[in-house]
Design a protein around this ligand. Structure first.
Ligand SMILES: *Cc1c(COP(=O)(O)O)cnc(C)c1O
Length: 367
């Protein structure tokens, strides 16, 4: 028998028969609206595919997988490949299904009920969201109006909340700001618990907190194959941190969470690091083109160390400009309604042609 349906605008919304956890009732899901468009510049993916040679090598190895067997539970070869890229010990690498699962495992291990997690807003929404899912309380610190970190506020938040986990994101999403090394060191000096630096866009930036990772320091740096490696479909991310911390994460994560195909995909990808670096250089060039183009258009442009640019039209509503772009079948991320980001839009760097179309459309809309 079908029952418990409520009519809402022609959409039948089932009334849940079993209540969710009390602390999850007010929570909203993570949304990234998708619309069919010609030019898609809204999710910070790479505009180009990985090399054909990688695709061929992957297909060849996939044909030899023993599908009736569980995969290598500790992903030994994948970890070794990633460790070699960074010149660290494989025991200092933890890989998972996207860096989001890395973050989830970190938070399951070090956050949870009765603990606090600090973020400095605006920043990547999933840091706070996943922390809440584990039952932790999230303490949101503010930034300066130009989105740089306010060390007085850092002092206050870390002093008052004594968080078990403190998040930084460099370059920060959605602002594009790189965190200077001095800021990361200042946070490390003050944080009573673990410091996580999310470097999903690390290869686009001028420095990396990886150089600060040390066995004696409660610091981890997370990375992903989704952006610079052009492998968002593979769902693979990792962290580099002290080996004692990695050992704790290995106890918490589900057994066999990394399937055989993903382990191969990641292990093969690092052979094409040269291609990745070439793509990164082109995107950085194009990012500077977009930033300069927008700055010439009566628009406030925030400095970016990533593969996207946050901007705010000075004399038009952000939402109107977003709609004007959509009318031309160009989709960017509308941040204009988000807290602290009034009228801001975020454009992902695309191919040179796509960026040209975007800038031309912006000229038409603002001109
Ligand atoms: C895109 C992004 C991620 C992505 O993670 P995956 O799960 O690896 O795709 C993580 N952190 C930030 C800040 C991001 O922008």
């Amino acid at each position: 028998m079908r029952s418990g349906s409520a009519e809402r605008g022609g959409y039948r919304d089932p009334v849940p028969a079993v209540p969710v956890r009390d602390d999850l009732r007010a929570l909203e899901g993570y949304h990234s609206p998708q619309v069919e468009v010609r030019v898609r510049l809204n999710t910070n993916e790479s505009p180009t595919a990985p090399p054909a040679a990688w695709r061929d090598a992957l297909a060849a190895e996939l044909s030899r997988v023993e599908w009736h067997r569980y995969p290598d539970r500790s992903a030994t070869e994948l970890r070794r490949s990633i460790a070699d890229v960074h010149g660290v010990d494989p025991g200092q690498v933890f890989a998972a299904n996207g860096s989001n699962e890395v973050l989830q495992t970190l938070l399951l291990t070090y956050a949870g009920p009765g603990r606090r997690v600090a973020t400095f807003e605006p920043t990547y929404q999933l840091h706070g969201h996943i922390a809440r899912l584990t039952g932790a309380a999230v303490v949101e610190g503010e930034r300066h109006p130009d989105f740089t970190l306010d060390l007085t506020e850092v002092d206050r938040v870390l002093g008052e909340a004594a968080p078990s986990v403190t998040f930084l994101c460099s370059p920060n999403n959605p602002t594009g700001r790189e965190e200077p090394r001095a800021n990361v060191e200042a946070v490390l000096a003050r944080a009573p618990g673990l410091v996580v630096v999310d470097e999903a866009y690390g290869q686009f930036a001028s420095w990396s907190a990886l150089e600060l990772v040390d066995e004696d320091r409660p610091l981890v740096v997370t990375r992903t194959f989704s952006k610079t490696w052009s492998m968002a479909a593979a769902r693979l991310g990792y962290l580099v941190g002290p080996s004692w911390l990695v050992a704790e994460l290995d106890k918490v994560v589900l057994p066999y969470h990394l399937d055989a195909a993903k382990q191969i995909a990641g292990r093969l990808a690092v052979r094409y690091a040269g291609d990745m670096e070439r793509r990164v250089r082109q995107i950085v060039d194009q990012r500077e083109r977009i930033s300069a183009g927008l700055a010439a258009l009566d628009t406030e442009v925030f400095p970016s160390g990533a593969n996207f640019v946050l901007f705010r039209p000075r004399h038009r509503r952000g939402r109107e400009v977003w709609q004007g772009l959509l009318d031309r079948s160009i989709l960017v991320r509308d941040c204009s309604g988000w807290p602290r980001l009034a009228d801001c839009l975020r454009v992902t760097v695309g191919t040179p042609d796509e960026n040209g179309e975007f800038l031309t459309a912006m000229q038409e809309i603002l001109g």
